[in-house]
Design a protein around this ligand. Structure first.
Ligand code: GLU
Length: 295
């Protein structure tokens, strides 16, 4: 009898450019957790925002992962092909009254710091509504393997979350929850820049009747100016033709013992050897150093 694997992890990059050091850390961290648990590791391309995407970036990112020895166990999913699943989830949420049409513009929400609690905008000709998820008042807490206990007042801090944008694009928060559920993801390992989004994702899982995975949020990589690496000009691409320096830096960034990553060999040779030595308790909660310091 086929049994379900007890651990399914994933790496979910957005194809907005070449894989940078920050995403390599997330890819390696999620791969190490999955492999150490004897589980599966999947890759999902989050290509839901065409204006921000770079043609060919997804293919390049996938090639970079392979060059770094990070090979998914199944063909990657592309969120751009998943519209029917998001539409079905949205229909469920509209039918239950959890989701509602909203005409508020960005400027309508300025007074409340962008947090939506009730509609203040008016319908405008030619501008379709966004669809939002109604978030309740009150705290939602969860335990993160690295960050510990995290709690957030959903209504006050998150506000009603956009599920489908007024321009018709699916929002990340809906797509990530639907796909993590559809792929049977049991463990989410990703950058701590997404810690803030997790309580609203857990709430959405609950409204859709989906299980809540375990979470581990890795320290975020910053550049020398303290900007999150992915957002800064210093988001240096990692080199497919010479992967070992960046792989070693990512291993160190995750707080791991340098002696445990074999000095010689390709990533595909050294990584399996490093899996038994991977020690999640050594991962720092916060970023302590930058790979681009002094640049
Ligand atoms: N696509 C998101 C990003 O690149 C990550 C989503 C996730 O891991 O939940 O920031």
């Amino acid at each position: 009898m086929q049994t379900e694997p007890s651990y399914i992890g994933r790496f979910a990059p957005s194809p907005t450019g070449p894989l940078h050091f920050g995403s390599l850390v997330a890819a390696l961290g999620s791969w190490l957790f999955a492999r150490q648990a004897g589980g599966r590791w999947l890759v999902r391309i989050e290509d839901l925002d065409p204006p921000r995407e770079v043609p060919g970036a997804a293919e390049r990112q996938l090639a970079t992962l392979v060059a770094f020895g990070l090979v998914p166990d199944e063909a990657p999913w592309f969120q751009s092909t998943r519209g029917d699943a998001y539409a079905a989830a949205l229909a469920t949420l509209l039918a239950s009254g959890d989701a509602f049409e909203c005409h508020c513009s960005r400027s309508d929400l300025e007074a409340s710091g962008g947090v939506h609690r009730r509609c203040v905008g008016q319908p405008r000709p030619g501008r379709p509504p966004a669809i939002r998820l109604r978030l309740p008042d009150g705290e939602l807490a969860f335990h993160d393997r690295i960050q510990g206990e995290f709690r957030q007042d959903l209504g006050r801090e998150a506000g009603d979350v956009v599920l489908r944008r007024a321009d018709g694009f699916w929002a990340y928060q809906l797509a990530v929850v639907v796909d993590d559920g559809a792929q049977g993801i049991t463990d989410i390992v990703r950058g701590a820049d997404l810690l803030d989004s997790t309580p609203r994702q857990i709430y959405l899982q609950q409204r859709l009747g989906l299980p809540t995975p375990a979470y581990a949020h890795l320290p975020v990589v910053h550049d020398a100016q303290g900007r999150k690496l992915g957002k800064s000009l210093a988001a240096l691409p990692v080199h497919d033709h010479d992967p070992m320096p960046a792989l070693r830096a990512a291993w160190l960034f995750l707080g791991q013992d340098p002696a445990q990553l074999p000095a010689a060999g390709t990533p595909a040779q050294v990584l399996p050897a490093a899996v038994p030595a991977f020690d999640p308790t050594r991962i720092p909660r916060e970023n302590r150093w930058s790979p681009v310091q002094g640049k």
